[in-house]
Design a protein around this ligand. Structure first.
Ligand code: PMP
Length: 366
């Protein structure tokens, strides 16, 4: 006879710490200006919003054919080599599930994107965390951890939450040194924010090799985070693997229609990139001027800046002080960064207000 015990989750599932999203309400339930989730402060392309109204409510195209065709045309990729996900999160999870399991190892860098840990653990694989190099990805430290059991390596470029970026040469060196049966996942959720001349060559690697998956998203520069649309590209074998295990209707009809329209609105994307670049430069310069108070903004190629608080003003106190002034940013003690705040680049006036508030708090702190 069976026992009366409740179902037991798998031990590797119980070891997972659930993803903790940023808050969007203040202490007394007041709405805050949310600069904690790396969303686009310019909103969403008007063309995409118009497409939403026209989308049918029946089952979507299970293969997102028109959208994959548009993505392929935009990037010069055969649409057969594009796979869609419910956000790029789904694709990261599918990559781990497709290529790693119990007894296998998945490598990512300390302060890498937090979903890699969940993706590795939920298929029973062992996460292996490479030491960082001043909050950036250290290619040699990562390569030193490769063993016979390594199946997947995750690198976000630019990385979240640090904003760090590996140039093309480092990405090529990493790929060249990895065994050919290790899947290298290059997560480019923030790829469109990188200046074209700083391209890391990830898409070209995915086109040329059998062991590279590049993932991108419509959540960031395209302003469609709520629709949950990501895409990946790699060799036909990789695309086939992910297609085998993805949800059959994993991108909604509205999502497909909006993403296609957003992709076509090149002006909106370019305006978003330029706004981000200019505001990020201005914001970083203001924080660098607070270096004597121990504030250290890290260089960022993304739409956010991670700032270390190494003086009298703590990151936690700054987080609370900004919340009191109506701004919610990301404090990351759960990711081993209690000394840091990640602040999304927002509208100009908000970035000015935040920089002024940090100055005020830093000068008052003892
Ligand atoms: N990769 C990185 C590095 C991210 O920061 C994010 C968003 N937080 C994602 C992937 C996933 O984004 P989405 O699922 O919305 O595509």
């Amino acid at each position: 006879t069976r026992s009366k015990a409740a179902p037991t989750p798998k031990p590797w599932i119980e070891a997972i710490h659930a993803y903790v999203p940023g808050k969007s309400k203040g202490k007394d339930g007041r709405p805050l200006i949310k600069l904690s989730a790396n969303e686009n402060p310019l909103g969403t392309s008007e063309a995409a919003l118009a497409a939403k109204a026209a989308a049918p409510a029946l089952y979507p195209d299970p293969d997102s054919t028109a959208l994959r065709t548009a993505i392929g045309a935009r990037h010069g990729i055969d649409p057969a080599r594009v796979v869609m996900g419910t956000g790029s999160d789904e694709l990261l999870n599918l990559a781990a599930q497709g290529y790693a399991g119990l007894g296998d190892e998945v490598i990512y860098v300390r302060y890498g994107f937090s979903v890699y840990d969940i993706a590795a653990r939920r298929c029973g694989a062992t996460p292996v965390v490479a030491p960082d190099a001043d909050y950036g990805t250290d290619v040699d430290a990562l390569l030193a951890l490769v063993t016979d059991r390594t199946r997947v390596v995750f690198v976000a470029n630019p990385n979240n939450p640090t904003g760090s970026y590996l140039p093309k040469g480092d990405i090529a060196r990493l790929h060249a040194a990895l065994p050919s049966d290790v899947l290298l996942v290059l997560d480019q959720a923030y790829g469109e924010y990188v200046a074209p001349e700083d391209d890391d060559g990830a898409l070209a690697l995915a086109a040329a090799h059998d062991n590279v998956l590049v993932t991108r998203t419509f959540s960031k520069i395209f302003g469609l985070a709520g629709e949950r649309i990501g895409w990946g590209t790699g060799a036909p074998g990789i695309v086939a693997t992910l297609n085998r295990i993805r949800g059959p209707f994993n991108v909604s009809s509205t999502g497909q229609a909006m993403a296609e329209a957003a992709l076509a609105d090149a002006d909106f994307v370019e305006a978003s990139r330029v706004h981000n670049r200019d505001e990020r430069d201005r914001f970083v310069a203001k924080l660098e001027a607070l270096g004597n108070h121990g504030l250290r903004p890290l260089p960022s190629q993304a739409n956010f800046v991670l700032t270390l608080f190494e003086g009298a003003l703590s990151a936690e106190a700054a987080f609370e002080g900004l919340a009191d002034r109506g701004y919610i940013v990301r404090w990351l003690p759960g990711q081993g960064l209690p000394q840091a705040l990640r602040i999304t680049i927002g509208k100009s006036a908000d970035m000015d207000a935040i920089a002024a508030a940090l100055r005020e708090m830093a000068e008052a702190a003892k």
